[in-house]
Write a protein that binds this ligand. Structure first.
Ligand code: NAD
Length: 467
């Protein structure tokens, strides 16, 4: 069984990419910095390994991946300890242990999902069947907010469908992904899954490389656009999971006390650094004061601090840059006359990039804190009175990842949900993803689906056999 120290020891380097513990702001380890030559070697190894992997039966691939899932599960605590130090999310609450558990859960769900050939025509005269074949080599690029979990969303279905994978994690959180692959690779053929730590330059080399039949990308919209441009010449298939600015709409029939904790975690999971987190809260005027009061009470009671301290459920921002974005948006909101209901005053002399849980109201939809993705622990609360108007406000902007509707009448909530432009709409929760429910954005949040049967199809090429 791995300890945190042994797992870190297996993936760290003496020099290379400095990895910072965001709770202290200090470098705690280095990751090996991969070069363009390493990318070429990884591609060659993947090309060598993939045909034999694809030639295995689906059952054989599932067996190898099951052994990999067992391996991660047996070493889940060590992985969680590494995630907590590198990314900052606390071990406790829906944090680092939750993420390490999600790696196992998504592996197992990906293994369990059935994708049968589909007979689409069989009328006595013609027969046509759709089969899903391996693409070959899949490239994957990931963000820093849920590094190990999101990497698993990428490599697990790609491997299951008979592909080889080369991944480039975020330069801020390479160790969690290297460690996950280190465990998984104990049960996979050599060269099938390679993780290369590097920055944007390595990402550009990967996305422009003709060896890849598909790129799976999770990250910002701006990078998604760059990847689409870089992959155009090769006509590389893409799944783009980009940023969100999810609205939550609270209808007047809610019980404010009953929904307050759900609203809190919907917005503040991973200290707000979650793609499909609640990022703008629209509350009906009839329940406005009560919802605000309950939310302030819940948020004000949540302990924040170092992720490795079991007492905490909120951690630091992962990067200094993200701290700066949240700080700027809150300061702008204050300058625009916003009312800070909670937080809003970080200790700028403290070690680490801690920004307190912050609730702000009294600003308009055009304020940066509402119109931009804050990706941190500062939630704007806005008042509404007319349902058509709030739906129009919720649909403003480029993003279309998630949304939520809160009501004691699920049928009424579903009516409102149907009018929102988002890939996922939750009723009385927010961001509660499920490995069998397809997940993906619309509008500027990207395209392509992950999870479940749709997720398997996304890392395969369809072939129709007539006859
Ligand atoms: P980012 O776009 O800055 O970086 C993501 C990855 O892309 C990193 O590995 C980075 O090195 C790489 N990269 C940067 N420029 C590149 C280029 N030109 N070519 C190729 N690769 C390049 O995103 P981030 O700051 O790490 O992540 C935060 C963003 O990700 C937020 O917008 C968040 O909403 C989004 N996100 C979306 C989802 C989703 O499922 N939709 C999930 C998590 C995060």
């Amino acid at each position: 069984m791995e300890t945190y120290e042994s797992l870190l020891g297996a993936v760290r380097a003496d020099d290379g990419i400095p990895v910072i513990d965001p709770a202290t702001g200090e470098v705690f380890a280095h990751a090996p910095a991969s070069t363009p030559d390493d990318l070429e070697r990884a591609i060659a190894a993947a090309r060598a390994a993939q045909p034999a992997w694809a030639a295995l039966s689906d059952q054989e691939r599932r067996a190898a991946l099951t052994a990999a899932a067992d391996e991660v599960e047996a070493n889940q605590e060590a992985l969680a300890q590494l995630i907590a130090r590198e990314q900052g999310k606390p071990l406790s609450g829906p944090g680092a242990r939750f993420e390490a558990g999600a790696v196992v859960a998504w592996l197992r769900a990906t293994i369990a999902t059935e994708l049968e050939p589909e007979v689409v025509v069989d009328d006595g005269q013609a027969k046509a069947t759709v089969y899903y074949r391996p693409i070959g080599l899949v490239g994957a690029i990931g963000p820093w907010n849920w590094p190990a979990m999101i990497a698993t969303w990428q490599y697990a279905p790609a491997l299951r469908m008979g592909n080889a994978v080369v991944m480039k994690p975020s330069e801020h959180t390479p160790l969690s992904v290297l460690a996950t692959a280190h465990l998984v690779n104990r049960h996979l053929p050599e060269g099938l899954l390679t993780v290369l730590a590097g920055d944007r330059d390595l990402g550009e080399a990967l996305t422009g490389h003709p060896a890849f039949g598909k790129i799976m990308f999770t990250g910002s919209a701006r990078t998604g656009q760059a990847i689409m441009r870089a992959s155009a010449d090769n006509l590389t298939r893409l799944t783009l999971e980009l940023g969100g600015n999810d609205p939550g709409i609270v209808l007047p029939d809610v019980d404010p006390k009953a929904i307050a904790e759900g609203l809190f975690w919907g917005a503040f999971i991973n200290t707000g650094q979650t793609c499909a987190a609640l990022k703008r809260l629209y509350v009906h005027e009839d329940v406005y004061d009560d919802v605000v009061r309950e939310l302030v009470a819940v948020a004000g009671a949540m302990p924040m601090g170092s992720g490795v301290d079991e007492a905490n459920v909120l951690g630091p921002l992962t990067t200094e840059q993200q701290f700066g974005i949240v700080d700027r948006l809150v300061e702008e909101a204050k300058a625009a006359g916003g009312r800070v209901l909670l937080g809003g005053e970080p200790d700028r002399d403290a070690k680490g990039w801690f920004y307190p849980a912050t609730l702000v109201d009294g600003i308009g939809d055009d304020a940066g804190l509402v119109a931009e993705e804050q990706f941190g622990p500062a939630l704007p609360i806005l008042r509404w009175s007319d349902v058509d108007d709030v739906v129009e406000r919720a649909n403003r902007g480029e993003a279309g990842l998630g949304a939520s509707v809160w009501s004691s009448d699920p049928a009424r909530a579903r009516e409102v949900a149907a009018r929102i432009q988002a890939g996922s709409v939750w009723i009385n929760s927010h961001g509660t993803i499920h490995p069998m429910a397809p997940f993906g954005g619309v509008k500027g949040s990207g395209f392509g689906l992950e999870f479940g049967v749709e997720g398997l199809k996304a890392v395969a090429v369809p072939q129709v056999i007539h006859g």
